[in-house]
Design a protein around this ligand. Structure first.
Ligand code: PEP
Length: 251
């Protein structure tokens, strides 16, 4: 299974800035990219086509959409469909990111619908899950992860191709805070995520990637990526500069 090194650019970068960061990333990374790694960038929608074009000719590099709606087209002002993402060059879609759960108010049921819909419409999907700090302190990590995964994958066919569905474990308290989860916390959470995936998808789940996200940086990536059941990373802040994300990809 190839490790997936993913960048989430959130609501940062103009079209020109995004394209030139993508070009810099290719320049710094492509010739040294190990055969067992893939690179994925989630730019803002406005920059998706430019970034996808900059990455398209490069083997192992992909673009994705940070969000999408659960219809193909229609009177849904402000929304964008998987069909539109694919048309702009996206291969992946992201669901359940903590900022969409906790700032935009998306719930497990809607995230579940979105995950299944994106897969059915041809996207590869990464479902993000993770506990808040009070849930960790209250000993509820497994309960939260199990609920977010089971409801989030409720409508996904059990024979889904395993390379099309990934989970990103992103403890909310580690996102954008500089506070990275420790190796034991990451290993325990990833082992638990794998166990739940196996209970849903059987052996196929061993081929599904489980990414870690939360304050990953060039200096801590190698240690994180070497842990059992860590099949990649999802990186926010440290992915915004081509040089820093390139160091993470190659760590
Ligand atoms: C993220 O946005 O998914 C994320 C993990 O952000 P950061 O790397 O900045 O913590």
């Amino acid at each position: 299974m190839k490790k997936l090194m993913a960048a989430n650019w959130k609501m940062y970068k103009t079209c020109d800035e995004a394209r030139s960061t993508a070009e810099e990333l290719v320049k710094l990374t492509a010739t040294n990219l190990p055969a067992d790694r893939e690179v994925l960038v989630f730019p803002p929608f406005t920059a998706l086509k430019g970034v996808a074009d900059a990455l398209a000719w490069q083997e192992g590099f992909f673009a994705g959409g940070q969000d999408y709606y659960i219809e193909e087209e229609g009177a849904f002002t402000g929304e964008i469909s998987p069909k539109m993402l694919l048309d702009a060059g996206a291969v992946y879609g992201l669901t359940g990111h903590s900022e969409r759960r906790h700032i935009l108010g998306e719930g497990d049921e809607y995230i579940g619908k979105k995950t299944a819909y994106g897969l059915a419409r041809g996207l590869k999907v990464i479902l993000c899950v993770g506990e808040k700090i009070d849930e960790r302190k209250g000993g509820e990590v497994e309960e939260v992860l199990e609920r977010q995964i089971r409801v989030g994958l409720k409508d996904v066919p059990t024979d889904v191709a395993p390379d099309r569905l990934s989970i990103a474990y992103e403890p909310v308290w580690a996102i954008g805070t500089g506070e990275v989860a420790g190796p034991e916390e990451i290993s325990a959470a990833h082992g638990f995520v794998r166990k739940i995936l196996i209970s849903i998808f059987g052996n196929n789940a061993n081929e599904m990637r489980v990414l870690y996200g939360g304050s990953v940086k060039p200096g801590n990536c190698a240690e994180i990526i070497a842990l059992d059941n860590v099949d990649g990373v999802l990186v926010g802040g440290a992915s915004l500069e081509g040089e820093s994300f390139s160091q993470i990809v190659l760590a």
